[in-house]
Design a protein around this ligand. Sequence first.
Ligand code: CDP
Length: 201
Amino acid sequence: MSFAVAIDGPAAAGKGTISRAVARHFGFAHLDTGLLYRAVGRAVLDGSGPVSAARDLDPAALENPLLRTPEVADAASRVAVIPEVRAALLDFQRAFASRAGGAVLDGRDIGTVICPGAEVKIFVTASAEVRAQRRLDELLGRGIAAEYAQVLAEVRARDDRDSSRSAAPLRPAADAVVLDTTDLSIDEAVARATEIVAARR
Ligand code: CDP
């Protein structure tokens, strides 16, 4: 039986960590849909056209750790405004969401566009300052040089672009539970999300 958990929210809100932990807890599969857009963004930086890169996307490309750089995040949010790019990635995401045994998908439009009928929808958010600090720690931890002011500016620019685009803008679904992680530790945020999912199973 399928059971879809949609986890959306702005950059560096903690979606990835929460989604992985929820998937592990319930034995569900997990798809970080941001990686799809990052892989297309990476291909565009390498000279491909965005729509053909999205249509030809090889899921094996999602494993590339080089997709997690600020440069690729920025390129991802630029290709993500293109409706044909989003359309090309739709079937893969929907098929993943309906797989037997349950699935967690995290992104920007999972609860609104990809899985409007998801059994659980969580919108994870936090202040831009806290999100920038978390992303800074993550980048430094991976050995990528970065400084706070620049990371905050990049997070804000990407949030603006993701929220103001006409194709699948970032916003909570009407029936999403909003989880503000500004003052929560990661363990607390994971515990809340797990409770929300458990209550609907
Ligand atoms: O990890 P972080 O939240 O910083 O970014 P991500 O989830 O990897 O997403 C990178 C970019 O892809 C976002 O800024 C969005 O523009 C785009 N994206 C999207 O449009 N729709 C999704 N479902 C997931 C990501």
